[in-house]
Design a protein around this ligand. Structure first.
Ligand code: 26V
Length: 817
């Protein structure tokens, strides 16, 4: 290796310098000139000019990490919902306006460019977006943190709404190339599958395997207003031999190419489905593929500066974002014991100090288990290791518990009822130093219900770290009008210390500020109306109350509760059109898992109700119902700043935390919500009088269920609700197919109403009436909205990451001096 110093240009970020950089990148990077360049070429050239300005910081960060021999955090996640990068990077570097002017001087409109950047949508929902907010905060706080995941070629499907129905289209997000990633073909690891194990003396060997290579793609994660710059490393599968030369030489070219494609399928697509069994084997392969490459990579990095494993657990923390990466545990055991020759006990000691695990859902059907038979076939050595971990664990518990056989069956890593399955959450808990839930309530319920036995055994292991969101993307970037208003009054430092928003409390009664606040909100509403204009063809009144429920479509989130209230309101308006109704636009957005029939039917019902309501001349602009297609990070950035009302109406005890609730409150929306997830903490932060809380609490849900919940009785006793449900059942909204929604009716009325929609309906309707009354009093409403923004300090993901760093990972920030 040579050690010559490279000579390169120091890049500054004046408008002139940026214009030259873009021109150079267009010429030498993209290979075009201003005459032939398409908009995507401009975006590419501008993105490369921005990326160039991040690289020096990135290298500095890496160099300092080695020099200071820091402890590193590895955040393992099957999902990273990054969204767009261009504006985010400009804001992090503080060169947004300079870039806008540089592009303008080249005759290019920056807004038009930012709009064509594809989202990196490598995730399904809350868990994936949380990972992206965490990357932003780790970099901003200077925590030496690495994101590790899969470079899916196809991200979350694009949702089209055709005749009111969800149609999934593939998301080939890499079509135009990805200017933000650095391919690292030299960083590659072999990942094995199948085969069998043999004992050779003390050692076990895993042989006769098939293999695939994992190669790295690195994305720069800039911290906000700091030189600290982290890395997201995503793995892509490459066939180990470019082609099966045997088959090729036999003239079987087709077969040779097929084999290569098969093995590369492992990183082809994101699983858009948390509700089906289909493709489970490929999903297991994905999970192992990415954790194997990651464990090999972190060992290699450790060994660059350490000659023994003595300090391994002092220098490495691995975080498991839910159970999807749990195979990292047996994989690290395998690498340490079988490859690096540590004793089992030494290796296990390291492992139990290195790992930590976050649970993101209490729903039993979402707790991952893997068929023992499938594991035996794909990962025989790992299954042996899991069995050994289990044997030692159960021996220990048995001694401690006085041989409580029933308890041992419950906590075993292997579920022995019926077909044997490995319980991945149990493996995560046994191997982790810390296990956390994502809101206070969720952490309590976790230790009370699903992990009660473990919480008894290891009370100190369980903790809570309430989720948070990055204020850079969710306020500074998403809402230019609100951000600049806040800047004018309290300065710009809230971006790095969100508690500064508390100063807005002093302004809540300042008439000038109240008017300006309302105007900033109105700007965001106009922006949304303008963008929706060509989609809906409906005239929206920007002064109407914008009521939003934006999140995955799921029965537990209760879009149906919202919709039933819309129908009741519609009937009331028709019965009494002269009344002074508060105009409302009720917006829904969200994707349904492709195999989740009920969720798709709910989308269709929203569309059909909208058809009826929106075209009823008696209703006018008193009520509009809109389903905004293709919800994702960028659509969220457009919608959330425009919201007046935030619907957070899950059945209490089902939404682990929610993070959309935080984004909406931060943008000055008032919440209507149940005492669920982080809503409870939001209520404390903004004050009970500035939020609309309704419905059964988690305990009351349990009591009602225990005492025998009878939804049909609710239906019979509430005339307005009954009318709405009957309209759904009899085809009032679907005259072309009157029985289309009969399953929805029966689910709610006859089949148990599992998520207690009817039980909470009356309370919800009452809370909605209070919403109307408050909204009429513009001043009172705006004061509450300001209180919401002012109270959001604790929901910055910087606070969240600070807690993880201190209490779970035990890492400190890099010294950047
Ligand atoms: C499971 C699976 C199973 C296999 C196929 C793909 C897939 C994708 C996701 C999941 C589990 C999703 C769990 C989740 O997203 N939980 C959400 O996590 C948020 C961040 O903590 C939290 O705010 C939400 O309340 C919670 O629902």
């Amino acid at each position: 290796m040579t050690t010559v110093d490279l000579e390169f240009d120091q890049l500054n970020s004046t408008v002139d310098a940026l214009r030259r950089s873009i021109s150079n990148r267009m010429m030498y990077g993209v290979g075009k000139d201003a005459v032939t360049a398409h908009p995507h070429d401009w975006l590419h050239a501008a993105a490369l000019a921005v990326r160039d300005r991040l690289v020096a910081r990135w290298m500095k960060t890496t160099r300092l990490q080695y020099e200071q021999d820091v402890k590193r955090v590895y955040y393992l996640s099957m999902e990273f919902l990054i969204g767009r990068t261009f504006t985010n990077a400009l804001l992090a570097l503080g060169i947004h306006d300079q870039m806008r002017d540089a592009l303008a001087s080249l005759g290019v409109d920056m807004q038009a460019l930012t709009d064509i950047e594809p989202d990196a949508a490598l995730g399904n929902g809350g868990l994936g977006r949380l990972a992206a907010c965490f990357l932003d905060s780790m970099a901003t706080l200077g925590i030496p943190g690495f994101g590790y995941g899969i470079r899916y070629e196809y991200g979350m499907f694009r949702q089209e709404i055709i005749n009111g129905e969800q149609v999934e289209a593939p998301d080939y997000w890499l079509r135009a190339g990805n200017p933000w990633e650095f391919p690292r073909p030299e960083i590659k690891y072999m990942v094995h599958f199948g085969g069998r194990t043999v004992q050779r003396g003390e050692q076990v060997e895993w042989i006769d395997t098939e293999h695939v290579n994992a190669t790295a793609y690195d994305t720069v994660i800039p911290g906000y207003a700091t030189d600290a710059t982290n890395t997201l490393r995503l793995w892509s599968a490459r066939a180990t031999d470019e082609l099966d030369l045997g088959a090729f030489n036999r003239g079987d070219y087709r077969n040779a190419v097929d084999t290569k494609n098969m093995s590369e399928n492992v990183s082809r697509l994101l699983y858009p489905d948390d509700s089906t069994q289909a493709g489970r084997e490929l999903r297991l392969r994905q999970e192992y593929f990415f954790v194997s490459a990651t464990m090999q990579d972190l060992i290699r990095r450790y060994q660059r500066t350490h000659s023994t494993f003595g300090r391994f657990s002092e220098k490495v923390a691995v975080h498991l974002n839910d159970t999807h990466p749990v195979l990292a545990i047996p994989e690290l055991m395998r690498l340490l014991v079988d490859i690096h020759n540590l004793s089992w006990d030494k290796a296990w000691k390291h492992v139990t100090q290195i790992f930590s695990y976050t649970n993101h859902t209490l729903m039993p059907e979402a707790l991952e288990t893997w068929d023992v038979e499938m594991l035996a076939r794909l990962l025989p050595r790992h299954l042996e290791i899991i069995f050994e971990i289990n044997a030692q664990f159960l021996k220990h518990v048995s001694e401690q518990s006085g041989h409580d056989a029933e308890m041992i069956r419950r906590i075993s890593l292997v579920d022995e009822y019926g077909q044997r399955r490995v319980r991945m959450a149990h493996l995560a808990i046994v191997a982790s130093d810390k296990v956390n839930g994502v809101s206070k309530l969720h952490s309590q319920l976790m230790t009370r219900d699903i992990f009660a036995d473990f919480a008894q055994l290891y009370p100190d292991r369980f903790t809570n770290v309430t989720n948070g969101i990055t204020p850079r993307r969710w306020l500074a970037q998403a809402s230019p009008s609100m951000s600049s208003l806040i800047d004018q009054h309290i300065g710009s430092h809230w971006r790095s210390n969100l508690f500064e928003l508390e100063q807005l409390r002093n302004l809540r009664t300042d008439s000038g500020f109240i008017d300006a606040f309302r105007e900033a909100k109105r700007q965001s509403k106009l922006r949304l109306v303008h963008r929706l204009a060509h989609h809906t063809k409906l005239p929206f009144n920007p002064d109407a109350l914008f009521d939003m429920q934006v999140k995955r479509i799921h029965e537990y989130k209760r879009q149906l509760l919202n919709l039933l209230h819309v129908i009741v309101r519609y009937n009331q308006i028709r019965a009494n059109p002269e009344h002074d109704w508060v105009p409302r636009v009720v917006m829904f957005a969200g994707k349904a898992a492709s195999a989740y029939r009920m969720a798709k039917t709910i989308i269709k019902l929203i569309g059909d109700v909208g058809q009826k309501v929106n075209h009823d001349p008696l209703v006018g602009d008193r009520l509009k119902v809109v389903f905004v297609p293709n919800y994702g990070v960028s659509v969220a950035e457009l919608m959330i700043p425009a919201a007046d009302l935030s619907e957070q109406i899950s059945m209490a005890g089902t939404e682990a935390s929610g993070t959309g609730n935080m984004k909406l409150a931060l943008n000055g929306a008032l919440t209507i919500g149940t005492m669920d997830g982080a809503n409870i903490e939001i209520c404390d932060a903004v004050g009970r009088e500035n939020i609309f809380i309704f419905g059964h609490s988690a305990d009351e849900v349990d009591d009602l269920r225990a005492s025998g919940y009878r939804p049909r009785q609710v239906y019979e006793e509430n005339a307005e609700l009954r009318m709405a449900l009957d309209q759904i059942r009899t085809g009032f909204f679907s005259p072309d197919d009157p029985l289309r929604f009969s399953d929805i009716f029966h689910t709610l009325v006859d089949w148990g109403d599992h998520y207690m929609v009817l039980a909470d309906f009356a309370a919800f309707a009452k809370a909605q009436a209070e919403v109307d009354a408050r909204f009429v009093d513009k001043r009172a409403w705006t004061e509450s909205a300001i209180e919401n923004v002012a109270g959001m300090g604790q929901f910055s993901s910087d606070r969240t990451i600070g807690e993880y760093a201190r209490n779970i990972w035990h890492v400190s920030s890099l010294n950047l001096e």
